[in-house]
Design a protein around this ligand. Structure first.
Ligand code: DGL
Length: 299
């Protein structure tokens, strides 16, 4: 099975694209709703929670776990990957044999570096597909990132983008009020638009050419982000980018792909109230969630 881990509901915006692009696989989605949001939490807390979530999914038989949460991917993915790889304990080595953990930062960074290099002074349009408009020289090298405090403070996007293109200039803006507003189904309210506009003021003054939506919840405000930033700012869709990258990864790693079941099953697990997950999760996934199970992952 493929495991998808998130702090709560948000990862379902990534997962829904997996279901569109790679429907044939068996999946378990685990949301740690009891301890969400992760966005304002300490590095130590996010690490402990994420480790527990990933271990739970491995124990359930997942061969591949994708950390869909930006805050968790930003803060602990690298550390977890290294710890598992370097850990000399035989039980860890046995557990990790043929298993992998992936996150959401690297796919986005690769896409944005590609846009910066290829688009020159002509944007491919806000969603990367529609016809673009001319933009001033150098704009394509300026990248904005929005996310939770944890993601922005970690500078993960900045570090990874610079590895691919040291000429890029990266500007971050934490938007901590957006996650609770979106979970309350307030994405369309004028108050939310006003707050978003305020958050984006700094990035607009930096004249960024590309904007990374570095939080699982922000696709709910996609149109509003595009409207505020204007036509000559490219905003890739995180779910589409991560799903395309996963498809590519599986085609390049037949040794992992061949060990993944392809019966099209889905299991939804939450660490908090199952009924609430079914209700709000259904909105995030864009389809009804039939069976949701409450689990305890804190050991
Ligand atoms: N999933 C988180 C992220 O993408 C947002 C919600 C939270 O703070 O837990 O950063």
């Amino acid at each position: 099975m493929i495991g998808v881990f998130d702090s709560g509901f948000g990862g379902l915006t990534i997962f829904r694209e997996f279901l569109k692009t790679l429907p044939q696989y068996d999946y378990i989605y685990l949301g740690d709703n009891a301890r969400a949001p992760y966005g304002n939490r300490s590095h130590e807390a996010v690490k402990r929670f994420t480790e527990q979530g990933v271990n739970y999914l491995f124990d359930k038989g997942c061969k591949l776990v994708i950390i869909a949460c930006n805050t968790a991917s930003s803060n602990v993915l690298r550390e977890l990957q290294e710890e598992y790889l370097r850990n000399p304990a035989p039980e860890i080595a046995a557990k990790m044999k043929g298993r992998k953990i992936l996150g959401v930062i690297r796919p986005m960074v690769e896409e944005v570096a590609r846009i910066a290099e290829n688009s020159g002074n002509l944007t491919p349009g806000v969603d990367g597909k529609t016809p673009g408009v001319k933009r001033p020289a150098g704009k394509n090298l300026r990248v904005g990132v929005v996310g939770t405090r944890g993601t922005i403070n970690s500078k993960s996007y900045e570090t990874e983008l610079r590895k691919l293109n040291p000429d890029l200039k990266i500007y971050g803006q934490a938007c901590p009020l957006l996650v609770p507003l979106i979970e309350e189904d307030w994405a369309d309210k004028p108050e939310t638009r006003m707050i978003l506009k305020k958050y984006l003021r700094y990035l607009m003054s930096c004249n960024v050419g590309t904007l990374i939506l570095g939080c699982t919840h922000y696709p709910f405000l996609y149109k509003e982000f595009c409207r505020v930033m204007g036509r000559n700012v490219v905003i890739p869709h995180p779910g589409e980018v991560v799903a395309a990258s996963l498809k590519d990864y599986l085609s390049r790693h037949p040794e992992i792909d061949s060990r993944l079941a392809k019966k099209g099953t889905r299991h939804y697990l939450t660490t908090d109230i199952a009924d609430r997950f079914r209700e709000i999760g259904g909105r995030f996934l864009g389809q009804k969630l039939d069976k949701v199970e409450k689990v305890d992952i804190a050991k």
